[in-house]
Design a binder for this molecule. Structure first.
Ligand code: NAD
Length: 482
């Protein structure tokens, strides 16, 4: 594939159907994490840009909610088709701005297409119901209505997928959406937005804003026009948005961080488990909220598992996302590299073992070695803080109760993984793990048709599944008859 920096687009805002270049606005650079090179400048939306977006969303709501579910399906179905057709144009943008290997970026676009397709169909199944009335001649109806204009805030790790979850659900439910991608990955969002417009999404129904995240979220959420807020990102920012939502009582979906426990019992095939573990752990350089992170491994196999896991991690080919041999790209930004260094330094200071990795690679770009730590005390930073990077921690356990105790010791509760051939162990562990989604003897905790979300400090609400659509629908009860 022939791709160069020159193909990276000029970044623009999308307000009321119009693409708007930076002009006199403040801006900030987008940086290729593989090379450190500046790709483009991101314009910062001003307060008047945001007011324009709010007014347009308010206007667009009247017509989009009146567009039939059948027509909305047609448009969103076309989005899915176009995403599949244009995957080779979109995926390289993700590689440039985010760093992941091209094959992973292609998989992101494929998942985004599946997600739009799911919501396109599910929008037609937003059924209400009839409740048997108390008196003859009356009717008791429950209808579902779009909740209203949405403000959606997304991070930089899987830009096409996050957009499909939030925009797909909003539009399928009949809600216009003001979407703020991460300023670090704006081109993927712009490319997906262009497809939505081409597929027939009307002016004002999808808008893209970029700039100062704090200023934008305060401004949008300070308006009563916004009725629903969806955020994917860190727990501290989630808390801040939850506070902001109090003023206008906006509904919230919060997909926050995680620190997923993986329970590996001594009855598993080590080789198979390690193969899946390494592929899942280091996908997207570990920058996935559901990434398996705390590997709790039963005593009898702990040493062999740790060695095999470290060996496989060490053999991963780390490099630029456009190199077909690359299995793991750079971290997406310098903050992640610094976080990795902090966690490794703390682990070493507390007597932990760096089984493999632990260091940044080279001087250019945001490269960090696939890292496996072991023998850490339970209060080491790496055991308690979400690494969100290429780091796995192996911790031994002897009994199931001990493993559950460690797994549930954090306030996070997003994904959990169980590997065992014992039905009894699987049943006990899946019941006891305090998380929102569990993969048993596999590594997949989400799909477009399944609800995805966490508990505790990992947030609340679901994206995907029928629950993902319901998050954008308000319930109305109508009682007819004299
Ligand atoms: P961060 O918390 O500063 O930002 C996370 C995302 O939220 C960014 O895209 C940012 O633009 C946005 N954001 C920040 N402040 C905001 C505000 N006031 N209003 C609206 N959006 C705002 O952290 P970061 O350094 O970008 O990412 C690191 C941490 O974020 C990770 O440790 C991880 O916990 C979390 N994260 C989680 C996910 C996820 O999928 N749940 C994805 C990316 C990052």
């Amino acid at each position: 594939m022939d791709i160069s920096v020159a193909t990276y687009p000029e970044i623009k805002l999308l307000l009321d159907g119009e693409w708007i270049a930076a002009g006199e606005r403040k801006s900030q650079p987008v940086i290729n994490p593989s090379t450190g090179e500046v790709l483009a400048q991101v314009p910062h939306a001003s307060a008047s840009d945001l007011d324009r977006a709010l007014a347009a969303a308010d206007r667009a709501f009247a017509s989009w909610r009146a567009t039939s579910a059948y027509d909305r399906r047609r448009i969103l179905g076309r989005v899915a088709d176009l995403l599949r057709e244009r995957a080779t144009e979109i995926a390289p943008l993700t590689v440039l701005e985010q760093g992941k290997p091209l094959a992973e970026a292609m998989a992101d676009v494929a998942t985004a297409a599946d997600m739009f397709e799911w919501f396109a169909e599910e929008g037609r199944r937003a059924y209400g119901r009839l409740i048997p009335p108390r008196e003859a001649g009356r009717r008791m109806l429950v209808t579902l209505e779009p909740v209203g204009p949405v403000a959606a805030f997304a991070p930089w790790n899987v830009p096409a997928i996050t957009m499909s979850r939030k925009v797909g659900a909003s539009l399928a439910a009949g809600c216009p959406v003001i979407y703020k991608p991460s300023e670090e990955t704006p081109a993927t969002a712009m490319a997906v937005a262009r497809i939505l417009i081409e597929a027939g999404v009307p002016e004002g129904v999808l808008q893209i804003v970029l700039g100062d995240p704090d200023m934008i979220s305060r401004h949008l959420m300070g308006s009563p026009i916004i009725r629903k807020v969806t955020f994917t990102g860190s727990t501290p920012v989630g808390r801040q948005l939850a506070r902001l939502s109090a003023e206008n009582l906006q509904r919230l979906t919060m997909e926050l961080g995680g620190h997923a426990p993986v329970l590996v019992f001594d009855d598993v095939d080590i080789e198979t488990t390690v193969r899946g573990a390494v592929a899942t752990k280091f996908r997207n350089t570990g920058q996935i909220c559901t990434a398996p992170t705390r590997f709790l491994v039963q005593d009898a196999i702990a040493e062999r598992f740790t060695e095999a896991f470290a060996e496989a991690a060490r053999n991963l080919k780390v490099g630029d996302g456009f190199d077909p041999a690359t299995q793991m790209g750079p971290c997406a930004n310098p903050r992640r590299v610094e976080a990795m260094e902090r966690l490794v330094a703390d682990a070493e200071a507390r007597g932990g073992r760096v089984v493999t990795g632990g260091k940044r690679i080279g001087n250019a770009g945001c490269y960090f070695e696939p890292t496996v730590l072991a023998d850490l005390p339970d209060d080491a930073l790496a055991m308690t803080t979400e690494p969100f990077g290429p780091m796995a921690i192996v911790r031994r356990f002897s009994t199931l109760d001990e493993a559950i105790g460690v797994a549930n010791s954090l306030r996070y509760g997003l994904a959990g993984y169980i590997h065992s051939t014992s039905a009894a162990r699987i049943a006990r562990a899946s019941e006891a793990l305090n998380v929102g989604c569990i993969a048993v003897n596999n590594w997949q905790v989400s799909a477009p048709e399944t609800p995805f979300g966490g508990v505790g400090d990992s947030g609340y609400g679901s994206e995907g599944g029928l629950e993902g659509l319901q998050a954008y629908l308000a319930i109305k009860f109508i009682h007819e008859g004299a």
